[in-house]
Design a protein around this ligand. Sequence first.
Ligand code: RUG
Length: 829
Amino acid sequence: DEKKFSDKINIASTSGSSRISHSKEAIKASFLDSLFYGIGRVPALATPNDRYTALALTIRDRIFQQFILTTESISKQDARAVAYLSAEYLPGPHLANNLLNLEITAQTREAMEELGIELDDLIAIEEEPGLGNGGLGRLASCYLDSLATLGIPAIAYGIRYEFGIFDQVIKDGWQVELTDKWLHYGNPWEVVRPEIAYEVKFGGRTEHGADSNGKFQVTWVPGSEVKGTAYDTPILGYKGNGAVLRLWRAEAIESFDFAAFNLGDYYRAVEAKMLSENITKVLYPNDQAQGGKELRLKQQYFFVTCSLQDIIRLHLIQGRNLERLHEKFAIQLNDTHPAIAIAELMRLLVDVHQLDWAKAWHITQNCFAYTNHTLLPEALEKWSIPLFEKVLPRHLEIIYEINHRFLEEIRHQHSYNNAQIAGMSIIDESGERYIRMAHLATIGSHSVNGVSAMHSELLKKEVLHDFAGLWPDKFCNVTNGITPRRFLYLSNTPLAELISSYIGNGWITDLDQLRKLEPYADDVSFQNSWMEIKLNNKQHLAALLQKQTGIEIDPAMLFDIQAKRIHEYKRQHLKVLHILSVYLRLKKGELINFSPSAFIFAGKAAPGYIMAKLLIKLINSVADLVNQDTEVNDKMKVVFMPDFNVKNAQNLYPAADLSEQISMAGMEASGTGNMKFSLNGALTIGTLDGANVEIRQEVGEDNFFLFGLSVEQVQANKTAGYQPYDIYQQNQHLREVLDFIVSGALSQGDTQLFRPLYENLLYQDPFMLLADYQSYIDCQEQVHELWREPKEWARKSILNVARMGKFSSDRSIRDYSDLIWKVTPINKK
Ligand code: RUG
């Protein structure tokens, strides 16, 4: 009898029991229990992975202990909760972060030592879940960390991809993709919930008619069905509270294939199972251009319907009225990837739960809020109508109805003209017909936000201009943020400890407190400790890079790092032009004052993005030339760190002197790497793009290296008919650099290899590298001037960190909570 069972248990006293204490002895005992009884291993036969798994299970128990307490408080307080819908997450390795959040790293290290095990060896073997492409997925994970830390009731929904983002290796200078292995040795952090599973329909047709009571009813007769099963990973916040990451895995519905099975067609039955499981097989590896792929649409719908069915179950299970769903849940759409949720919630409310349209629409609009992450036209998701109709016929009808009602409203109540109406319609009818997912998300949400001040303004001016005119109050900005726990405390512990020894450790949960460092910016002894830690971090990175690439770099060099997805708009090739300009000038005996520099790159290119892959080849070709040239290689080195992921990133940020944020103005929605570098004391060289603008405002103009055209100047240049070839002709130095790329010197005499890149720059240059070239080169001279004054450099580095408070994801989550979700933290007793 369930009720009796739950009545008998006092959660608070049970989970506080000494059985699961945080002492060294208890950790040791739990570790051995997990090894023996959790995975059935004796120490003599235990592999490193067994030891890792046993420790992970030991820590997981302690996370659940906190987690159960949070869940109890949430259900008692009946607080409004956030449901975060994101097709991508990049949590990074869990073990070390969980130890930090539980504050048990020291005793766990000792416990392991007493058993003859090095904690760092176990931390090193963890394969991270690469369930995202880059910034968008990592942002979702930072937000989950902050939601948990702040104690805001939250559940994050996503997809349990069997294969996440590919592993990148470099062969002969080229990127080669290998399949991701994150589930290869199991995943001790997750718990499968076979009873939390929902049916998901695809395809087929709809039937319109009266039901047995004469009520008009639409029935969706699907072509196929699969089941989505929940896999939960508890996410612990700093010091205690928890949130859950619930990922859906697609499975076959067994009964569905009985017909085939009974006919003796065993293979067809198994094939159907295989096809079902395909839905969550692999993450699509493009970070910007998406769409057009049937499986991708299926993935999106699959995780959205499972999540919404789950939200409705959680709501009803407590005896609440469905008409008040929006009072209980704030549902955030992370980009348009989950935007089909608008139509799906309408379907669930109207077709399944029989609410009338107006009520359902009220609930839907008040539940959803939409975050836009890009202005790039090719990244704005749209689905061709025939494809969409094939996969989701009922949703197409619902979208038509939403659109019809919306267009009627703007035509009659707001007197919009035909051109405006066509521009705002959910259906793009300018050529082949498409569904514009950003329009659906905007119309179906009560709030739309961009991810930096500048991006939010551009969103209102450009992509969603007419909507912003219609509903000015719907639009707001929430500047992105990063978690200081993982990206300072965990990955740069020596710096974190130095900071705490001067200003206390309040900054860990209140990043604005870093301001207290300002008075020490001129303190020589503080500066020395600061720079000594940086040097140690650089030594550590240099050792890692040597292991990964064989390239040796001197830790005393200026570490100049660009780490992010490889994309033309991010302009890794502008950095290459700078490197080549230095190289050519050093060869001519110029630049006598040049401070030795290590130019470090990291980032993955989408497998189908030819130009981005050629860029990687170019970087590695430059590296080969420079690193082997004894005339210059004590002055400069070039390294491409393979396989940029959270784990590798945690080694890069703490070791950077200079952070490269050099995208063309107006292109980067926000960027978050810019924040991670700066929080670790790197100075930024950057354009006025995305969150760079706000970083510069915060750290002060004098502590930021600014170059390049502004958004307005970019626009003006375009309008005037930008001619990159003229710049090439006028700037002799630039001409030498560009011509060098196709001279064959980088490619064993092959003058064709890099020609596509060269010609693109000379004749199109869509991201205006040539226009920004001289300004960038001049700005780099300023960087080197400052580097020659170590005390000034240290001062600015300290001020950068001291002024980063705004960029904590805790601040972002508070903004979302106050402006959009109207949620408050729970009180934990
Ligand atoms: O490109 C953007 C970054 O500027 C931003 O910082 C990040 C998080 O908001 O999202 C990135 N992004 C945008 N990733 N995918 C998209 C388009 O779907």
